[in-house]
Design a protein around this ligand. Structure first.
Ligand code: FES
Ligand SMILES: [Fe+2]
Length: 370
């Protein structure tokens, strides 16, 4: 467990206090984020550079459960593939053949070797170039130096992290502060992809506060959850927001030390800059908010469960999807509002501390770019 994050009984005690007093965690101050940061192409490019030099979760370990399992997608617009090798180690590479650059694999699957579709150059799961048909046509080719181009990869906490433009080591990036989310009992049950017409940070902002539960999610989340009652914790550049369900009340009669978060609250972990790991009563998700352009994004969601109750899982997924549809409608509405030029800044109040932490860290990471 991360030392910076409270255990379940402590979080639940804090939530009960808030419920009883009708209060919520407050941030240290109001944050004013320039609206230009959601519009500017230059700023967008800087954000991509930050993502590429950050050790970012790429997929859950459970997506690469076997030798030869691979996941290919873009990460900050760079095509990357991650594959589990014969030695059990996950490695990630830039997803392009070293001959004439064809993208090697797409989506997910499982292979014994990676063979290019164009002229059949073949790479081992460790990225080494193993086979070149009619090799005599390439005099001077050093196969040992023509393997797939690796990107720095770390598998930890049940997640596979990649760092494309390595500038500092894992320890410096605070990866130790992240808790162990998934042990071996968690399996990947589904993966979904959705595209939407708004800036990626609008999506992140929406994850990080419970101030909109009542007005945006009146018929979905609000009947089951409290409005504007959250515990907000920071660990490194990351944030964990706890959203209590009304069913948390059942835990009042339990001895304080035996209270458990599972089923009583959703914990939304924002892993800087564009990933979330969230807990639900029947499953967990890891979601990547991939920026496609300044006003378009893709959401890749991995659903994991540690049980086989398919019905419960489907019901829970449908429920969450309904609620997040409402969030996406708000996202589109914010993006449309940007064109009004009504605002020079967005105001994040004391209930929206997660966004304050996010924008402050993003600004400081951009400042540190060369
Ligand atoms: S481009 Fe891959 S083998 Fe030619
Ligand atoms: Fe929401």
């Amino acid at each position: 467990m991360s030392q910076l994050l409270a255990d379940d009984p402590t979080v639940i005690a804090r939530l009960f206090e808030h419920i009883d007093r009708q209060t919520t965690d407050l941030s240290e101050g109001v944050w004013r984020e320039p609206v230009e940061h959601y519009i500017s192409r230059q700023r967008f490019d800087a954000e991509l550079r930050v993502m590429r030099r950050t050790l970012t979760p790429f997929c859950p370990s459970a997506a690469l459960s076997e030798t030869g399992s691979y996941v290919a997608r873009t990460a900050a617009l760079t095509p990357i593939l991650a594959v589990r090798g014969n030695d059990g180690k996950v490695r990630a590479f830039r997803n392009a053949c070293r001959h004439r650059g064809v993208q090697l694999v797409e989506g997910t699957g499982c292979k014994k070797a990676l063979t290019c579709r164009y002229h059949a150059w073949t790479y081992g799961l460790d990225g080494q170039l193993r086979g070149v048909p009619h090799e005599y046509g390439f005099p001077g080719l050093d196969k040992g130096k023509t393997g797939l181009v690796p990107v720095h990869t770390v598998e930890k906490h049940g997640l596979v992290f990649v760092n494309q433009d390595m500038t500092s080591d894992a320890a410096e990036q605070g990866i130790e502060l992240i808790p162990d989310y998934f042990d071996e009992s968690w399996r990947l049950r589904a993966t979904t992809e959705l595209e939407f017409d708004f800036n990626w940070k609008i999506f992140v902002d929406g994850l990080l506060e419970g101030y909109h539960i009542r007005s945006t999610h009146a018929d979905t989340f609000y009947p089951r959850q409290y409005d504007n009652i959250n515990v907000c914790e920071y660990f490194g550049r990351n944030t964990r927001v706890s959203y209590p369900y009304r069913s948390i009340e059942k835990q009042r009669t339990r001895p304080a030390g035996e209270r458990r978060a599972t089923g009583a609250l959703t914990q939304l972990n924002h892993l800087f800059p564009n990933v979330s790991v969230a807990t639900f009563p029947t499953h967990m998700t890891m979601a990547v908010i991939e920026p496609l352009s300044v006003d378009r994004s893709r959401l890749i969601t991995y659903f994991l469960a540690n049980h086989d109750d398919e019905d419960a899982l489907q019901k829970a997924r449908d429920f969450v999807t309904e609620g997040t549809t409402e969030d996406r409608e708000m996202g589109v509405a914010i993006q449309k509002g940007l064109a009004s030029r009504a605002n020079d800044v967005f105001i994040f109040g004391l209930f929206e501390g997660g966004s304050r932490h996010f924008h402050r860290n993003l600004a400081s990471a951009i400042e540190q770019l060369d």
